[in-house]
Design a protein around this ligand. Sequence first.
Ligand code: PEP
Length: 239
Amino acid sequence: MLVITNWKMNPLSLSQAYKLLDFYQKLNYKIWVAPPFLFLQDLIKKYPDFIFGVQNIYFEKRGAYTGEISPWMVKNIGGKFTIINHSERRKLKEDLKIANLKLKSALKANLISVVCFGEDNIIKDKQSLIKEWNKEYKILFRDLNINSFKNKIIIAYEPSWAISTAKIGPVPKEQVVLFINWIKKRFRGKILYGGSVFPENIENYLDISLDGFLIGSHSLKPKNFRIIIEKIKKFSIIK
Ligand code: PEP
């Protein structure tokens, strides 16, 4: 199972990032890591056994875009993937049209895109939920045949309301299954779940047809992250 960690704006120093990766190394599991940009180059050199990527990119290749990072820059220093359309970017007013441009740009730069997908608010009615997903899908993947990039796009079902900081997640298992069934009719690549994945609930999601998890806050808590990885490993052996 694929495990991608989103460190968000943590930790505050490179030495703390080393500490966390030294710990990850002991887990003996292939983990993909999205640290802050500033640490990326150093971590890529020091930890060749991990796959590193970024939490965000800009959609232009180069030019007068103060403060932005080009996907080609990420690629050229050895980054392998970028997260796109994370709900914390959407909170900063990044909309689906921008996410669509970013996705096209990442594909051109040959970076793998971990595309976050999902409704912003809790929707209990199934038909309304599917309507919302259809709407999002249309804008996010406009002008793209995503199946022709099925090795370059990973879709993470991660509704904003389910992220740990929202304190009301995770998504009930039946709803994740509904999403998987819906998205599999449209996309043949890897599907992950993200949103308040904790040691106490990871088992809920292990026996449904997911390819892995996108994990935020608990990827920064060694004790908890160890339990999550151990449970995933145990499940993979049984399977
Ligand atoms: C995330 O930031 O992508 C995420 C899933 O966060 P958390 O695990 O903290 O909900």
